[in-house]
Each structure stands twice: as C-alpha cells, then as structure tokens.
Design a protein. Sequence first.
Length: 233
Amino acid sequence: MAPHFFNSWLVLISPSLFIQLNINGLNVPERKTQLVQLLQRKQYDAVFLQESKLGSRNKDPIINGYTLIRLNRPNALNHRSGGGLAIYIKNGISHSEVPLKTIAPLEAQAVSFTDKSKVFSIVNIYRPEVKGKPQRFSEYQYVYDQLPGTDNIVLGDFNAKHVLWGSPTTDTNGRQVAEFIEANDLVSINDGSITYVGAIAPLGSHLDLTLVRSHFRNKKNDPQLPNQQQPED
C-alpha cells in the first residue's frame, strides 16, 4: 500500500497551530517519512496522531524539533491491526500531559496548554470498533470531565457516522457521539468531506472528527491544507 494520511483537520488557537492525522502506522517508515515532510513544509505546533500502532516493543519514532508523547495500543488489543495514539509537540512549547482514566475500549491521551493565562486541553481519541461493545455517551463524557480548562478540544478517530458531520447516514455510534457533542456545547469543525477511502469503504466514510466549543467555530481548517485521503489498496 502506498503511504498515506487520512483526512487532516487543523485548529488555530491564537496563534498556535494544531493538526490531527490518522497515520495508520507510525512504525511504518514510509508514513513516518511523510509526516516529517509535512512538518518540514509547515511548522505545526502540535500533531495529534491516531492509530500509531505502536506497542511496547516499538522504539520512539523520533522527529527532530518535536517532543513525543505516546500511548501504546492496549495489551488486550495487541492482536488487532489498529490502535495506539501519539502526540508530537514542538520543542519549546510549554505543555503538560494530562493523566486520564478511560472506559475500555476507548483510547485517549491529553495535553494542556496555557493561552494568555487561560488553560485549555486537547484530548486525542481513538475508538475502535469492537464486537459486542457499542459506543456509549459515558465513554466520552468520562474522559471530558477529567480535562483541565474550559475551552477544550476533542479530536480523533471516532468510528461513528452521523449527518451532523457530513455522513450520508447515521448509526448507533454516531448518535452517542452526537449526544456528547450537544451535552457539552461542542461543534464539529469538519466541512463535510469524507475522511476515509479504502477497500472497506470505497465510496468514503466520515469517521474522524475535531470538536471545539461553539464560540471557536470560525477557527477551523487552514484553507491551504488539502484534504488527504487513503488510496484504495
């Protein structure tokens, strides 16, 4: 398979620049190279990655100029092909890792930043599809309630579909995520574009989200950043 990124989403918080990517294997040399090239073209302050697929046996994938915070995919899921989270933060940017408890199988990691004396957090999420474990509103709320700050950002691969963020259909998982969005005065800054194209979904799916507080709605995708989707196998 050719190296790829899933659709990327960008958030600007005066004047920091954050991007999220489902990298589908940070331990794959071609994908790490593509990530490095992206960071050489534009100096993002932080990159939030889903499906790093890193386990305890994988060394840290070093990127010069950035500090890595990683969350290995859970041991219980090591037989699966996906999972794992990673955050790269530009050296010199003050931040704090936020310890989180989660309700399995949700994976989540978070960091907090200070913007003009105001603390806000960004939580990086991957919610795998697990047979017999449908998504629940409480999974997301439990994590969100642990975040310091008020204007917090939730982003990641939710594996949930809803017309609210551009999907032509709504599934049970999507309804749970939509309930979480409404309960916390959040909005999706997705522009309706598909975020995954591949053999499983040749026509595309809308699975990756960036959620911000409603008054941040206009601080959204960088118009110079093209959508990048996975080519078919």
